[in-house]
Design a protein around this ligand. Structure first.
Ligand code: NAI
Ligand code: MG
Length: 362
């Protein structure tokens, strides 16, 4: 069998800086664990625009469709703000998501004990937190028709439409149940079936899909109550599945329970490929951070943890993913911190490369 394949798209700003640290980890897996990846690297975002005049070349798009997983750094930067909308760096990322049809966005909210003090919540509320929000990414109110701003009488009306088909709900629910099977076998589905027909259908379809996963304990919650529960006692959840709009808000809120943007990974999954694994794009939640780019200040952990998600969800290497996450946890516990993880004066922060080296050593 051939090695698992990985396409690396470092992108712009701190993207290449954090990706260089992931490269060290990939090399470590080859040298120390005998796990080799076929790694190819290409351009996306502003970097691709500079070379090809487009934020994602067709050849790169084709490659992304073939590999087992894509790992992306970040795109964008002030240099590109003047560009026409159609060639903006973000369009490269959107094209990847759209053409790979990545309908399930996975956003973990995980609290490393050493960083529990960074949370705005009490330490015992967040210590040990490890939940996963699955957000539907390709449908719902951000895409539904009709939409627009129209004239009605003597005023304007802004219109967006929440629209979900059964098959769209079914596939994201299946992704969430599959995930729950690999985790704590507990899934909470959030909608507003009390006031929205799309929510009623959502609840019905999720309940139907649940019959194929009898081991998973399914619960339903109205999304507004879910928001309250996430702040009150987030550890009651394991996997949460929700629509595009609620997922946008709930995943951002949940992420901040645990602290820094520099620590947050994500995955976007699509339909299973011929080998049974989903199409997948992994990327840190943060952007290209132009304010610190080129200064060796970026925290590489979000990108490293995104690679850990790839190990778990694209390569069936869950134990190795846990090993990598434990290494990050140890480094933090040892007090190695990039500047974004320091709130005291007088401590010299670790550079991007020192942080990566520490993870490799751990
Ligand atoms: P950002 O996430 O790039 O930065 C926000 C703040 O967090 C900055 O102060 C930055 O220094 C800090 N930060 C982010 N990642 C960090 C890390 N790994 N280590 C330490 N500090 C970190 O968001 P911003 O400033 O709104 O956007 C900057 C550019 O990135 C824009 O062009 C934007 O369009 C793009 N962007 C791209 C995304 C992507 O590629 N997925 C997502 C968000 C923004
Ligand atoms: Mg958001």
């Amino acid at each position: 069998m051939s090695n698992p394949s990985l396409l690396i798209l470092p992108g712009d700003g701190i993207g290449p800086e954090v990706m260089a640290e992931v490269r060290k980890i990939i090399d470590w897996f080859g040298a120390k664990r005998g796990i080799a990846f076929d790694v190819s690297e290409d351009l996306v975002g502003g970097a691709a625009y500079d070379k090809h005049g487009t934020p994602l070349h067709d050849d790169t798009m084709a490659k992304a469709q073939e590999v087992d997983a894509v790992l992306l750094g970040a795109v964008g930067g002030p240099k590109y703000d003047v560009l026409d909308f159609s060639v903006k760096p973000e369009r490269g990322l959107l094209r990847l998501r759209k053409e790979m049809d990545l309908f399930a966005n996975l956003r973990p909210a995980q609290c490393f004990d050493a960083l529990a003090d960074f949370s705005s919540l009490k330490k015992d509320v967040v210590a040990g937190l490890d939940i996963m929000i699955v957000r539907e990414l390709t449908s719902g109110i951000y895409f539904g028709e009709p939409r627009g701003i129209i004239e009605e009488g003597n005023e304007r009306v802004g219109i967006n439409t929440q629209r979900y088909t059964e098959s769209e709900i079914d596939r994201v629910a299946r992704s969430a149940f599959e995930l729950a099977m690999k985790r704590g076998k507990k899934l909470c589905s959030m909608e507003k079936a009390n006031v929205m027909e799309s929510g009623i259908l959502w609840r019905e379809v999720v309940t139907e899909v649940a019959k194929d996963y009898p081991e998973v304990e399914l619960s339903h919650m109205y999304a507004d109550a879910g928001a309250m529960q996430l702040c009150r006692w987030p550890k009651q959840f394991d996997v949460i599945v929700t629509d595009n709009l609620f997922g946008d808000l709930l995943s951002d809120a949940a992420a901040m329970l645990t602290g820094s943007l520099g620590m947050l990974p994500s995955a976007s999954l699509g339909a299973p490929m011929a080998n049974g694994r989903p199409k997948a794009l992994y990327e840190p939640v943060h952007g290209s951070a132009p304010d610190i780019a080129g200064q060796a200040k970026a925290n590489p952990c979000a990108c490293i943890l995104s690679f850990a998600m790839a190990l778990r969800y694209s390569f069936d290497l869950g134990a190795e993913a846990t090993r990598l996450e434990a290494a990050v946890e140890k480094v933090l516990a040892d007090g190695v911190r990039t500047a974004d993880l320091l709130n005291e004066e007088g401590i010299t922060p670790a550079t991007t490369s020192e942080m990566g080296d520490a993870v490799v050593a751990a």
